[in-house]
Design a protein around this ligand. Structure first.
Ligand code: GAR
Length: 191
């Protein structure tokens, strides 16, 4: 049984989708959700799904080994699902190529510090892009720069607003993220 720990900072729609997906499998389970924002909606979702969701602060994340120790005890893979803090080097070193992030744009476009959620969709709209999409990638020490695993695109038109772009992205995330994670885990098992 492979164990996933999810990091989230906000609504948690991706966390919920991943938890539900793996609750239907016998090979992989989400063991824990970790959240840096105590007001995040992800806590309510986890309560409904009966998955432990634990809040942590910057010190517990970066200075002490509290979060690292939770990961060492509960995770084979780490999934960032709308998580907005940079991952400390010691966690990257402990989980080489085992930390997976989703970004709501076609990286390398619209990545980097400050590029998250609606900020991304607003920039995509302002630049009159004719398409956008999602990128699932491994995490390294720099925001949104790790190796790309998967991308999916969606077409945009003049009528799209940042809100309709967000909806199109949400559909792609719900459709693809869990199965891409499953594919990575299965592939690793065969190596
Ligand atoms: C998702 O769209 C995810 O791609 C994005 O935040 C949203 C979280 O939604 N992540 C980033 O922007 C990371 N740079 P959720 O909390 O409902 O899963």
């Amino acid at each position: 049984m492979k164990r996933i720990v999810i990091f989230a900072s906000g609504s948690g729609s991706n966390a919920e989708n991943i938890i539900k997906f793996f609750s239907q499998t016998t090979t992989t389970k989400v063991t824990q959700v970790l959240c840096n924002n105590e007001h995040a909606k992800v806590f309510e979702r986890c309560k409904q799904l009966k998955i432990n969701c634990l809040h942590f602060n910057k010190t517990e994340f970066s200075t002490t080994d509290m979060v690292l120790n939770i990961l060492k005890n509960n995770a084979d893979f780490i999934v960032l699902a709308g998580f907005l803090w940079k991952i400390p080097q010691k966690i990257i070193d402990a989980f080489p190529n085992k930390i997976i992030n989703i970004h709501p744009a076609l990286l390398p476009k619209y990545g980097g510090k400050g590029m998250y959620g609606m900020h991304v969709h607003k920039a995509v709209k302002e630049n009159k892009e004719i398409e956008t999409g999602i990128t699932i990638h491994y995490v390294n020490a720099n925001y949104d720069e790790g190796a790309i695993i998967f991308q999916a695109k969606t077409a945009l038109n003049d009528e799209d607003t940042k809100e309709t772009i967000a909806k199109k992205i949400h559909i792609l995330e719900q459709r693809h993220f869990p199965s891409v994670i499953e594919g990575i885990i299965l592939e690793r098992e065969m190596q």
